[in-house]
Ligand binder design. Structure first.
Ligand code: MN
Length: 504
């Protein structure tokens, strides 16, 4: 995955000096074993790093400051092996800038019924030690994930893994740059927003460049590099005969390849993690970047069309969460509907730019006219998205806050072939049903552009929203419109008041 910085998660155990050196040594040994076993489980995507057992306010504060300063530390797992009076944690936790997960576990899985004595009781106090910790987290209004279960429990491990992926995506956003070629599509509301607030809240910036800057990079691409990339296209996709060497439109394939190489060079030189294009701003480019945007997404770049920087950043975050997992992630748009009484379906697509990481089979590389943009026909990858459960996620700037909206869907085989549709697409049904899902999405002010993924589930987005301190609204199998609207109204009040309550 391009530009993904190394990350680690610190495993931090809380205790106190009351129990004496021998107990603390045992606590440290037990924590080391947990860290080693969790790392050895191969269920966690990020390495856990053992940190010394903490028994004083000074040590806790220093560890939190060290975590803030560590470029590799993406977050903390906190666990109170014994009792750790929580006032000791105030100085550290109020300074901590990294997300944390509170693991409510116990070293011993089973109670030794016949042998249990006060030594066991002193050593295994998480049942109340973690309650003391939870109080101060709540008192400080700190967002966190609480995972409950024995550390060997694979369900608990999987929940930690989800949080780790969200933490890595959050870590990846800090200091990230998303390049915007041109502005948002003229007059479009939801794709715009407050980039200053976004940078304060999310840690990424969105510098704008004229497309002329990109054209310089495209013009600098050598014929030799274009030849090589065209060979790669041949090896990877089913290339339409007219685009192949000797075909009537081979020059258009070469133009597309040249744009891809220019884009890659520009993004690499600038250290960008994603980008947006605009069909309204293409001066000097022969085609709208189609296949190139698709292939760059497949390499991990965040992307959205029409200057939609919020969605480009969201797609990048979802790609980081999905990294190394089966399923992929893509830019997406609810495009058109099938409103049959037998079952309502959504056809999701875009003009061109859907990521082949979600393709059901080998994509075909084709060329067709594009009725907007006023440029030459663009090359694009065409495929169906594979069947399976997936989510659409959208980020909106509501003026006083950002709302992250997630809709759960089930991608199906298209009921019929789509021989004349010249773009990549997915066909899905909505949870709980089409009418409820669409009404809820529209009531929430949900964007038409989304980040789409099979690998990333609602739980990832929930963890991510907690880290960002933003509103999350979910449309799933349990959604009903009346309570959904009430929840949105309650959130309106909560997010207005939250800055006065604590740290949001
Ligand atoms: Mn669009």
């Amino acid at each position: 995955m391009n530009n993904l910085a190394p990350a680690e998660i610190w495993y931090v155990t809380g205790s106190q000096t009351l129990y004496g050196e021998a107990v603390l040594k045992q606590v440290a040994a037990n924590s080391r074993k947990i860290v080693a076993e969790l790392n050895g489980s191969h269920r966690l995507p990020v390495k856990l790093v053992f940190q010394p057992v903490l028994t004083s306010s000074e040590a806790i504060r220093q560890l939190c400051l060290d975590a803030n300063n560590s470029p590799k530390c993406a977050g903390l797992v906190l666990w109170m092996h014994t009792f750790s009076p929580a006032k000791m944690w105030i100085a550290g936790l109020t300074a901590l800038k990294k997300p944390f997960l509170h693991l409510h576990t116990q070293f011993n899985r089973d109670l030794p019924w016949g042998a249990i004595d006060m030594d066991f009781m002193n050593l295994n106090q998480a049942a109340h030690g973690d309650r003391e910790a939870g109080f101060i987290h709540t008192r400080l209004r700190l967002n966190r994930k609480v995972v409950v279960g024995h550390w060997s429990d694979t369900e608990a491990q999987d929940r930690i893994a989800v949080w780790m992926r969200a933490a890595r995506a959050w870590h990846d956003w800090q200091g990230a740059k998303f390049c915007r070629f041109g502005d948002s599509m003229r007059q479009v509301a939801v794709t715009d927003g407050d980039k200053v607030t976004a940078e304060i809240k999310f840690g990424y910036s969105v510098p704008t460049f004229g497309v002329g800057n990109l054209v310089e990079c495209v013009d600098a691409v050598t014929d030799k590099a274009v030849n090589k990339l065209c060979d790669e296209y041949d090896a990877t996709y089913t290339v339409a005969p007219e685009l192949r060497k000797g075909g009537a439109r081979h020059e258009a394939l070469r133009d597309g390849a040249r744009i891809e190489l220019g884009l890659r060079a520009f993004l690499k030189d600038g250290g960008f993690k994603g980008f947006t294009t605009s069909f309204e701003v293409l001066h000097g480019l022969k085609q709208l970047p189609g296949a190139s945007a698709q292939r760059l997404m497949a390499d991990g770049y965040g992307f959205a069309a029409e200057g939609d920087w919020k969605t480009a950043a969201l797609v990048r975050a979802m790609k980081v969460m999905a990294d190394g997992q089966f399923g992929g992630a893509s830019f997406m748009e609810d495009y058109t509907y099938h409103l049959s009484p037998d079952g309502h379906l959504v056809l999701g697509a875009h003009m061109l730019e859907i990521c082949p990481s979600i393709a059901a089979g080998k994509p075909s590389l084709e060329i067709h006219p594009l009725s907007i943009g006023g440029k030459e026909d663009p090359i694009r990858l065409v495929f169906n998205a594979r069947p399976g459960a997936a989510i659409n996620a959208a980020m909106m700037d509501l003026g006083n806050r950002f709302r992250l909206l997630v809709g759960e869907v089930d991608v199906v085989e298209p009921p019929q072939d789509l021989p004349k549709l010249p773009v990549a697409r997915g066909v899905w049904s909505c949870r709980p049903d089409f009418k409820t899902a669409c009404a809820a999405w529209i009531q929430a002010g949900g964007a038409h552009h989304t980040g789409f993924s099979y690998a990333v589930t609602t739980e990832y987005m929930e963890d991510f929203a907690e880290m960002a301190g933003i509103e999350l609204a979910v449309i799933d199998a349990k959604t009903d419109i009346r309570s959904f609207k009430e929840q949105l109204r309650a959130n309106e009040i909560y997010y207005h008041l939250a800055p006065g309550l604590g740290r949001l």
